[in-house]
Design a protein around this ligand. Sequence first.
Ligand code: 6PG
Length: 254
Amino acid sequence: MAQSVIRVFPDLERLSREAAEQFVRLAQQQAHEGCRFSVALAGGSTPRRLYELLASEPYRSRAPWECVDVFWTDERCVPPDHPDSNFRMANETLLSRVLVPADHLHRIPAEQRDPASAAMAYERILRACFQAPDDVVPELDLVVLGLGEDGHTASLFPRSPALHEANRLVIATAGGVPNLQRVSLTIPVLTHAKALMWLVAGEQKATTVRAVLEGPKRPEELPAQMVTPRRGAALWLLDRAAASLLNRSCPSCI
Ligand code: 6PG
């Protein structure tokens, strides 16, 4: 994958500490430039430790929380207090412990009965926050992404029609573990991000990491391959186990 910077860490803890450093650095940089830092948080389990670190010292007091706008890359179609809710996980680990202004928390209203309506509602929220007309794709300052063993990211799953959505910002999808209806940002939003940071850990991801980063282009089978930044390079933070099948030498291995 051409536009990737790969950094490998001994374990999830040190991977997460680097991710927290990146988050704080980008947030402080944006705060100096006008006090609005927009970040879309990933769901799943890998980013949990990052969120816990951001809610604790030294990161908690270093981040300009009053300037942060929080979005989500995707959400399961469950209530916000459901154990499978990405909002609940981020709220428990981070957002309930830092002073992000309430009107800066932009939750995906995925509990609505109709996921397509929830997707349209979130698209309106995104466009309003960025004052983006219909022909403009909002540029989030940072998008945090995970990688599924099947090569999905956010809730964009292999062979899904959602992979080809070129105009909408948000779309209803289904799949994953747990296999649920979901609401996800679309590829255009992810690729327009000013910074993309992938967090991938665990031996069970090693085959997929190699396929996505070093294998042939198979975007239908490996949606993560479609998320290439329009500018700059994506940052991949891997633990040694997830990076164990990569061929390239890792000069930045730590
Ligand atoms: C979700 C996530 C999803 C996740 C990957 C990896 O809602 O499930 O957004 O894209 O990042 O499935 O999940 P783990 O971090 O739990 O391995």
